[in-house]
Design a protein around this ligand. Sequence first.
Ligand code: GDP
Length: 304
Amino acid sequence: MVAVSLIKTIKDGLNRTRSGFWQKTVGTITGKKSLSALELSQLEEQLILADVGISASERLINAVKNGPAGITALERLKGEMLGILSLDSNLIFQISKSEIKPQVWLIIGVNGSGKTTSIAKLAHYLKDQGHQMMLAAGDTYRAAAIEQLKKWADRLRVEFIGSQAGADPASVAYDAVESAVAHKVSHLLIDTAGRLHTQKHLRDELGKIYSTIGKKMPGAPHLTLLVLDATTGQNAVSQAKLFSQAARIDGIILTKLDGTAKGGIVLAIAQELRIPVLFTGIGEGLEDLLPFDPQVFTDSLLEQ
Ligand code: GDP
């Protein structure tokens, strides 16, 4: 059961999306059992404008058109949205309860996506649940990134490990795992460089981090999370494709959902990448990270 206050927070975070294209979408189909060809093409256009992407839009339109008789077009749309979004998003909750300690989580994504802020929010979220946290500054290309993460660690009163700018990210990651074991923390969140790499560079760099961490702690990293900025629309999907060719991505943190009217990007990501969105960012504060719940998301979007 999702708490009523949480549902309200999610709805507020989705306000721009809800009052944007979705209201029109809902308006087009509410109260109808079936749609005319014109209404179907209007609906498709609205879905595309809301960043749902071609593939997911086609799937949704097909469901509205050919879905089970006896239910409304809106119910068919909702059912198919849930079908697209129902990936294994419980993963993070199973893993956060795992007996293996420390849990080593690698956070990847391009600069500006909200990666540092999301690491801080995630640390706050997990600390609130009684976990002992350590943050590692693996983005060694930018002195400012190291500084920023350290500030968050100080503010959150959690362990921090970093090195000088220019250090080898894989060696920072190695030291971080060693330190996390020594400090007996339950979760180590490792930041990584967020430059827009070439495919080969990205694969080499992440590959080196994976093998180094794995040598220090077999099985680690236990989770790789990709941070994507919802306001970049289809670009976020392209980034996810690029990263998923270089690393095994377990889940996505979708940031800045509060800053876009096009929350349909959640559907595009689920349909095209089959990677679950695990958390959404809906603001700049520490509390503004919410576990993603497909049912609540769908209900919030399609509510009239
Ligand atoms: P990084 O370069 O990827 O580490 O990005 P930062 O964590 O520094 O974030 C870039 C900017 O986006 C900062 O101003 C953050 O406060 C802001 N930001 C991050 N997440 C969110 C979010 O969910 N909503 C909003 N509105 N802003 C966010």
